[in-house]
Design a protein around this ligand. Structure first.
Ligand code: GLC
Length: 483
């Protein structure tokens, strides 16, 4: 039966699920804002009340801004972390040509962490292994690892230590896809699929034993979650329910439930993303991870708003890409951060260090600009969320609202700097307003004609300086009257 007939043969509810599944599968990041699934419990997973989950998520929801790092052997090629797939390179050629060349001699974990911290980021997530299968720690499971190169060091260890030292929460990314392991089944995204062809891949798969790969993966995850102290967040990448239907490895192939149970057993407090294909399992994921998109609103699941974090690149590629010229401006990047918080979400912004282990000059410039903005304006980000519904509905054109529920403060981010007045329809709710970057008062008054007469055609407005304040996106901080 074709995919299409499978879908049409199903009932309306299943159809809805299939559509959700398909959208998620195509994006690889589960971006559809509204999803519905029939839920199932798995006895292997710990039970948790909503209050317990909220407590576990509290540091993350407060932090709002984190750094993703994609660093691996692919940095050596400098043309995308999927280069092995795109250029159809056999795993053995990839290893023999590039592993001997890999030597990030300018790597300095403290420098990475200091740059993240200065940009205002409060947690980091590092690729411990990407799809290429190369391990960034001194694993006992394979020689295809960083400690077996000219570099000789355990990069994960140094990263973890530097994060802890700086008070930055520690995260790991781990690819469950592995293009190097001889037992990993060749699916349609595997480089060998294009090299061998469909028939050839099917034949090769006869001797590949996913059971052996699973055992390997479990040993690796056990090492990562046992030997490095407390790990605050883990980003598994990726499968989705339904992937097997379109010729890819699905959760049955990874035994995702077991992997998650292992993760939760080793690190009970850890935050886990949503890419193990366990959408319909209670406790199967903690956060949604829409990738490289702006969500229209806070994503929901079975009608309820969920924790979410968008992961974004500077230029499109996650790994170092020397020649890519599609870098977002600091302003666009700040917009993504503000927009995410205004919809109750986080931003995980990615850096792809160079083959010598440093941040690229373009990344450094953008992080610096974001840091300058955060230095002056981070009160509108940390601990903030969407504004209360009634205020949100009155968001002035060209602005974005965030809100700190603990202090009952509203933050208006002014994207288009107006000429002197910004009309607002909720002036009666505001006790006092000021520019956040310098703490100078912003009066709220009825605008006047040049004659001095009150303008009856406009509501009370923020009286702003003609010149835009010296900060990329100015913020007006409004202390609200108690409800
Ligand atoms: C995708 C890509 C991968 C990247 C990830 C980040 O799943 O396969 O290259 O690491 O997104 O979210």
């Amino acid at each position: 039966m074709t995919r299409k007939t499978t879908i049409w043969a199903a009932g309306a509810k299943t159809l809805l699920m299939a559509v959700a599944v398909f959208t998620a599968a195509v994006s690889g990041g589960g971006t559809d804002a509204e999803e519905r699934y029939e839920l199932r419990e798995d006895p292997r997973l710990p039970k948790e009340t909503k209050a317990q989950k909220d407590a576990r998520m509290a540091w993350w929801a407060e932090a709002r801004f984190g750094m993703f790092i994609h660093f691996g052997l692919y940095a050596t090629l400098g043309r995308h972390e999927w280069v092995q797939k795109y250029e159809r390179i056999r795993p053995e050629d990839y290893e023999s040509r590039y592993k001997p060349r890999f030597n990030p001699d300018r790597f300095n974990a403290r420098d990475w962490v200091a740059k993240a911290k200065a940009a205002g980021m409060r947690y980091m997530v590092l690729t411990t292994k990407h799809h290429e299968g190369f391990c960034m720690w001194d694993t006992k499971t394979t020689d295809f690892k960083i400690s077996d190169t000219a570099f000789h060091r355990d990069l994960v260890r140094e990263y973890v230590d530097a994060c802890r030292e700086a008070g930055i929460r520690v995260g790991f990314y781990y690819s469950i896809i592995d293009w190097h392991h001889p037992d990993f089944r060749i699916d349609t995204i595997h480089p060998l699929h294009d090299i061998l062809g469909k028939q050839g891949a099917a034949e090769a798969n006869r001797t590949r034993d996913m059971g052996k790969y699973r055992a390997y993966m479990q040993r690796q995850v056990t090492e990562l979650l046992t030997d490095y102290g407390q790990i605050d967040i883990i980003f598994f990448d990726f499968t989705h329910p339904g992937y097997h239907e379109i010729g890819k490895n699905g959760r049955e192939d990874y035994h995702s439930e077991e992997l998650l149970a292992l993760t939760r057993r080793l690190q009970p407090q850890i935050i886990v993303n949503d890419r193990l294909g366990l959408r319909d399992i209670v406790g199967g994921w903690d956060i949604k991870t829409p990738e490289q998109v702006i969500v229209p609103k806070c994503p929901t699941f079975n009608g309820e708003e969920v924790y979410w974090e968008t992961c974004q690149t500077f230029s499109g590629s996650w790994g170092y890409h020397r020649d890519q010229d599609t870098w977002k401006s600091p302003r666009q990047l700040l917009f993504i951060l503000i927009d995410s918080v205004s919809k109750k979400g986080n931003l995980l912004l990615n850096v792809g260090p160079t083959a010598r282990g440093e941040f690229d000059y373009r990344a450094v410039a953008r992080l610096k600009a974001m840091g300058e903005w955060m230095d002056a304006n981070s009160r509108s980000i940390y601990g903030c969320t969407a504004a209360p519904e009634d205020l949100r509905a009155q968001t002035p054109d060209g602005t974005k609202m965030t809100y700190n529920p603990k202090t009952n403060t509203l933050y208006l981010h002014i994207l288009e700097w107006p000429i002197k007045v910004l009309p607002i329809t909720f002036a009666d709710r505001v006790a006092y307003a000021q520019l956040l970057n310098d703490g100078s008062e912003v009066l709220i008054q009825q605008p006047r004609h040049v004659s001095g007469a009150i303008r009856k055609d406009m509501p009370a407005s923020l009286m702003l300086p003609v010149r835009k304040p010296h900060t990329e996106i100015p913020v007006v901080e409004m202390f609200l009257k108690p409800n």
